[in-house]
Design a protein around this ligand. Structure first.
Ligand code: F6R
Length: 599
């Protein structure tokens, strides 16, 4: 997904922009560029296809001067990756430059209209129309020109605009695409996400949809589309800089997998006071009256919801409906005022989850955001918010965000259960340490991956929460190792999927539901009879599968409904090592972006 950055201050801007773009690399990109204005210099643009190192080389060969500028990493949607299609885009006379994240849905009609006004386009992108429109409306007032421009745009955008007439001014605007403003004493910055700002400032402000901001080195003024000044809260981000660095790990994904014991600890123990769960009283109140809970999210976040459905229905006996946000937003959810919905999103910026949130709110449902990013759109728009304490998650494949989401959902399940949590809470409190014990055995998983990474097909199967976490395990493996992997409710195997099983298949059986061990054992025998290799993941005290499975990986024993936090760590490591063994970069899987802010 494209990333944008901008800076206006007292320092030479190009190193600042290049460093900030580095911090956005994790979002995925295929070209990059910067535009800079100086007191004496005209607008200078450098942009190029490929990695950021290409841009760094270009800037070192053709330096730019100035203390105000914008930058972009592009993830091609309209038009192939190329130098010309890279951002920033400029108007015809090349005095205005624009970077854009999002999709302009009416770009074709705007383009036709501009062409009738003798504008000659250089690129195939939807974004170029923005630069020409700003120029069309420009009469010496850049803010006004951007305001008139965004009124004509349909779709989603976070944009940053500079103009050579104003070497100390940056104008930004947003709709349905995130944009964070960082504030410091002698400069201001903008970015699509928090990590590029961290080594400069912790004080951030968020633009709301259909707002603009005018930034100088000393001031930020936010406006609505009518030109009225808007007051905005300043959020303090307490993530440390190391959290957004690799710190000696080969990949962010591996680092984030290993951060899980701490992230789980922080997420749980910040909600425990004198041995008891202490949630925000408003959340506690909403949950205690709830008899119909909706949970939604996308991808990994949806899988967290699937686990929660089993757990909450089992312990709290409350009906839970889970749906992917891209479906929920277009169907007719049968809910009534007073129902409660949990919107799960690591980034808090996922377009489908935001749309579902708005739909549910319009139906009178009480909405609780479960997110990792303080001040993100979902956290601001939901009625109530619960933060995971995972720290920044940089790798595209979600790991610590998922397990901390699960931890919050377990806490919610215990609150909804209404009886004294007793032993269940003790089990939860042991999970961070148990996660560490599991990570200490990572070499066993690495060895297993070394033997199996070339399998054509990998099927994950299980029952109840084991099935829910099988879905996440299959997703993780396909995302970063590009292996065809699927998940099945083990009982469904013989209703169709078993037709696919042969000698080239690895079946990973998640077996942590003691009441269903015999059923799982039969399923494992069925796939083995068709030539598959079977790996069983079960508790360290269980020996029911020793003779059936080709290999057994043991996790520390916990309450069976809590096992997904541990079993998924095994799948994360397995996916990670398969990816590395296949020569992929697990941090930047092909075709994927970290934050899906467009549909
Ligand atoms: C998978 C993954 C995605 C995200 C999904 C939702 O590893 O990262 O499936 O979980 O795009 O993103 P958030 O949680 O930011 O809403």
């Amino acid at each position: 997904m494209c990333g944008i950055v901008g800076y206006v201050g007292g320092d030479q801007v190009s190193p600042v922009l290049l460093e900030a773009l580095r911090k956005l690399e994790y979002r995925g990109y295929d070209s990059a560029g910067i535009a800079v204005v100086g007191e004496k210099e005209k607008l200078q643009v450098r942009k190029i296809k490929g990695r950021l190192s290409n841009l760094e080389l270009l800037v070192s060969q053709q330096p730019v001067q100035g203390t105000c500028g914008i930058g972009h990493t592009r993830w091609a949607t309209h038009g192939e990756p190329s130098d010309i299609n890279s951002h920033p885009h400029t108007d015809v006379s090349a005095k205005i430059a624009v970077v854009h994240n999002g999709i302009i849905e009416n770009h074709a009609s705007l383009r036709l209209w501009l062409e009738k006004h003798h504008v000659v386009f250089r690129s195939q992108t939807d974004s170029e129309v923005i630069a020409h429109l700003v120029d069309f409306h420009y009469n010496g007032d850049l803010l006004l020109a951007v305001r008139e421009t965004v009124k004509r745009l349909q779709g989603s955008y976070a944009i940053a605009v500079i103009c050579e007439d104003f070497p100390g001014m940056l104008v930004v605007a947003r709709k349905d695409s995130p944009l964070v403003i960082g504030r410091a004493d002698s400069y201001t910055m903008i970015a699509s996400d928090v990590p590029p700002l961290l080594c400069h400032t912790r004080e951030v402000q968020y633009l709301e949809d259909l707002e603009l901001a005018l930034l100088t080195k000393d001031e930020v003024t936010i406006y609505n589309l009518e030109g009225e000044v808007q007051q905005r809260e300043v959020f303090h981000v307490d993530w440390d800089i190391e959290a957004a660095e690799k710190c000696g790990y080969e990949h962010f994904m591996l680092k984030e997998i290993f951060e899980q014991p701490k992230a789980l600890h922080d997420t749980l123990f910040s909600r425990i006071n004198e041995g008891k769960i202490a949630l925000n009283p408003k959340i506690q109140e909403a949950l205690s009256h709830c008899d119909h809970l909706l949970i939604t999210g996308c991808g990994t976040a949806y899988h967290a919801g699937m686990v929660a459905k089993y757990v909450i229905e089992h312990f709290a006996k409350v009906r839970v409906e889970v749906d992917v946000a891209s479906e929920l937003r277009y169907r007719t959810p049968l809910c009534k005022a007073g129902d409660v919905a949990i919107l799960i999103s690591q980034s808090g910026e996922t377009a489908d989850t935001i749309a579902s949130l708005r739909l549910l709110k319009s139906l009178g449902v009480v909405t609780i955001a479960l997110t990792n990013v303080v001040g993100s759109t979902i956290s601001r728009e939901a009625d109530l918010v619960m933060y995971t304490q995972a720290g920044p998650e940089i790798a595209v494949a979600s790991t610590k965000a998922l397990t901390t989401q699960l931890m919050c959902l377990y806490v919610i399940a215990l609150v909804m259960t209404k009886t004294e949590p007793g032993l269940l809470l003790e089990h939860l409190m042991q999970l961070p340490e148990q996660a560490q014990l599991l990570l200490d055995k990572q070499e066993d998983i690495q060895r297993f991956a070394a033997r199996q990474f070339n399998k054509d097909k990998v099927f994950f199967m299980g029952r109840l929460t084991d099935y829910a976490i099988s879905m996440e395990s299959a997703l993780k493996l396909k995302e970063i190792s590009y292996t065809h992997s699927e998940s099945f409710a083990a009982g469904e195997l013989k209703h169709g999927p078993i037709a696919l099983v042969d000698q080239s298949t690895l079946v990973v059986a998640m077996c942590t539901q003691p009441a269903l061990f015999a059923k799982m054992d039969s399923n494992i025998k069925e796939v083995k009879a068709r030539g598959a290799t079977a790996l069983v993941i079960t508790f360290d005290t269980v020996h029911d599968f020793d003779t059936t499975a080709d290999e057994v990986f043991r996790i520390p024993t916990t309450e069976p409904y809590f096992s997904p936090i541990l079993t998924v760590i095994v799948s994360q490591l397995y996916a990670y090592y398969c990816s590395v063994l296949k020569g992929n970069d697990p941090d930047k899987p092909r075709n994927l972006a970290k934050s899906v802010t467009v549909e």
